[in-house]
Design a protein around this ligand. Structure first.
Ligand SMILES: *Cc1c(COP(=O)(O)O)cnc(C)c1O
Length: 404
């Protein structure tokens, strides 16, 4: 392939689903038509079938389809009876949903800083967070200075790479915390968990996925899924998904409307068989970025995504929901790329501890230095399964041009 001169403009979007829709359009339309013809729109056979397919895909005993990733976490927290008087540990470097749900049910989010190489929550930071902010009570639980019981941790497998789940499991057991995995960006990612190679979402008491359209497996709207190992928890989640109703119009607990639509389930079931192929294509695209960036001498200035899990016998060590680099003069680089019509994104420009709505938590700038550094230095480059190599080469050439 001829090398494109870097002055040649080429529009490269961050994500382009048009190829996927061209290839699968007929089966997606068929799936939607089947639902229209059936007249069943809520919690029917399509939801059941997709839940079953997700169980098989993840090797998870139970799956509960819900309305979004956010509602998945809300339902999990409710089903576990977490709320006022409780605290939940999570990362300040992620999408708002986790801390938002924790706060919404009346519990306190406690943040622990990230590992600068993986951008995931650092196990030792969780331990420090617990030791610093709480003490062991006579009832065997850890209580914060305000008397809140530390109940759970929600690690996020950010950008498609699993957290150090073996270390997190150990900490969860030591401090008696429920371990909930946010696998919204990491469907299909693997981790060597004890004796087995486990898929993201299946290493804690519960895990959840988001099928927001831009996620690796995207619906035609909002959708989500919870997976768990405990049958009783699965049953509770099903009840909470429908206003705590069992049987109809008899409410034992206060839940919500967290239902997954039949039409979304049918579309997702049609797409699921392609997910592994798409993940492999994302990985190949990431490899190509890596070799091009290194060939252009850029890896001395730019940190590429963490590849350290690769040699642990994993096929899907990373599913590259995003390809995120750490780059000097990030904002100027982003502007330069925009002029070159290369679309980029900043995930995330501000740590959650610095968000205005969380001012009441009492955190301040400087509390989580690695989160703050990542927020000011990282940049997501375009990646999707069908991204053409010429487009990637153009992206790298444009980056190289900036640093020249
Ligand atoms: C997308 C996302 C969510 C929320 O999922 P929705 O389906 O949009 O509610 C939660 N956590 C992370 C890390 C996400 O990327």
């Amino acid at each position: 392939m001829a090398k494109l001169p870097s002055y040649l403009p080429m529009r490269v979007p961050l994500l382009d689903l048009s190829e996927q829709h061209r290839a699968l359009g007929d089966s997606i339309r068929q799936a939607a038509n089947d639902v229209l013809a059936s007249g069943r729109f809520i919690l029917g056979p399509k939801v059941k079938a997709f839940e079953k397919a997700m169980c098989a895909y993840c090797s998870a005993p139970h799956a509960v389809g819900v309305s979004s990733g956010t509602d998945a976490l809300l339902a999990i927290l409710m089903a576990l009876g977490i709320g006022r008087g409780d605290a939940v540990i999570t990362t300040p470097y992620t999408f708002f949903a986790i801390a938002g749900c924790v706060a919404r049910i009346g519990a306190r989010p406690l943040f622990a800083d990230i590992d600068p190489a993986t951008y995931n929550i650092r196990p030792s930071a969780i331990q420090e967070c617990i030791e610093k902010n709480s003490r062991l009570d006579t009832d065997g639980t850890w209580k914060t200075k305000n008397g809140e019981k530390v109940r759970a941790m929600v690690p996020v497998h950010l950008f498609g790479l699993c957290c150090e789940m073996d270390a997190l499991r150990e900490i969860a057991e030591r401090y008696r915390l429920v371990l909930i995995e946010d696998a919204a960006q990491a469907i299909g990612a693997e981790f060597p968990f004890g004796e087995r190679i486990a898929k993201a979402g299946t290493m804690g008491e519960a895990g959840f996925f988001s099928f927001y359209p831009s996620k690796n497996l995207g619906a035609a709207g909002d959708a989500g899924m919870i997976v768990c190992g405990d049958e009783e928890l699965a049953q509770k989640l099903r009840t909470f998904r429908e206003h705590g109703m069992e049987p109809r119009y008899f409410h034992h607990v206060i839940g919500g409307n967290f239902r997954l639509d039949e039409i979304q389930a049918a579309i997702l079931a049609a797409k699921l068989p392609y997910l592994e192929k798409w993940a492999a294509a994302r990985r190949a695209a990431a490899d190509f970025y890596g070799s091009e960036l290194s060939r252009s001498g850029l890896t001395e200035r730019i940190a590429t995504p963490c590849e350290s899990y690769r040699n642990r016998g994993l096929t899907n060590h990373h599913v590259y929901h995003q390809y995120v680099i750490r780059a000097p003069m990030r904002d100027a680089l982003r502007e330069h790329l925009a002029k070159r019509e290369v679309e980029t994104a900043i995930y995330y420009p501000l740590g959650l501890h610095e968000q205005k709505c969380f001012a009441y938590l009492g955190y301040k700038k400087g509390d989580f230095p690695e989160t703050e550094r990542a927020a000011s230095e990282t940049l997501a480059l375009p990646i999707y399964p069908e991204i053409p190599r010429e487009a990637q080469r153009y992206v790298v050439d444009s980056v190289a041009e900036f640093y020249r």
